[in-house]
Design a protein around this ligand. Sequence first.
Ligand code: ZN
Length: 263
Amino acid sequence: MLIDAHVHLPTGNTVITFQEKKEFLLAGMKKNGVDQCILIADSWPVSEIGSNKDCMSLFPAGNCDGVHVVGGISPLKDFDRQLEVIRFGIEKKALVGIKLFTGHEAFYLTDERLDIVYDLALQTGTPVLFHSGWDNRQYSDVPVAEKIAKKYPELRLVCCHCWYPMIGLAQRLFDYPNVFFDFSSVADEPEKYEKIAEEAELIIRTVPDRVLYGSDAFGCSMEQHLSFFRNLDLPEEISRKFFAENAKRIYLVPDGEQDPEIT
Ligand SMILES: [Zn+2]
């Protein structure tokens, strides 16, 4: 079983319609042996990577082709309306998470306008994902994320990109069992591979139940990420958690339900 816990619909000139984007994603999954993926929608109501509504209608609950949607939301755009869409999506089991694009967008993880989002996530047992690292790191840097992890100990908080290229910073949040690390996009720059591989291996081995394989396709390459992470020296049991079981537990098995397949 292989789950890519972080993908988006493709952009560009060859895939224009959402139907074409859907087919491109499914073909990419098949080619790379990806059984299921977590598809992250944009927080904007009109977007090339698909809005919440676009993604939910392409991959509806119960008939989703192994593609599970995370909804995006932003305090900077149509907030109330998007919140209702997300609430509805979670109720219908069409959404498995909520993404905050901190850094892509100029708001902090601690922005008070997000309290209602965290409350919704807590009430429904839905994980909250946030963009980290790359440019404009300050909006979701370690101390900011720590505040939220501390304020909401029951909230499952997924740090996307693990503050790349400073992925070693993850160690500072090892003491917060509600924080998870998504390694999407960290295998994007071959000149940094050696250092990243060393740090990634340390994190994965130290907190093996809190790490998620992801590619950030199609901004990044599925092939490149798979080969990078398969080259790490990981014990079989940890590898299974990283490549599938953790994602399944965090996103796909609702709170309180036992997953018979995870033993
Ligand atoms: Zn992404």
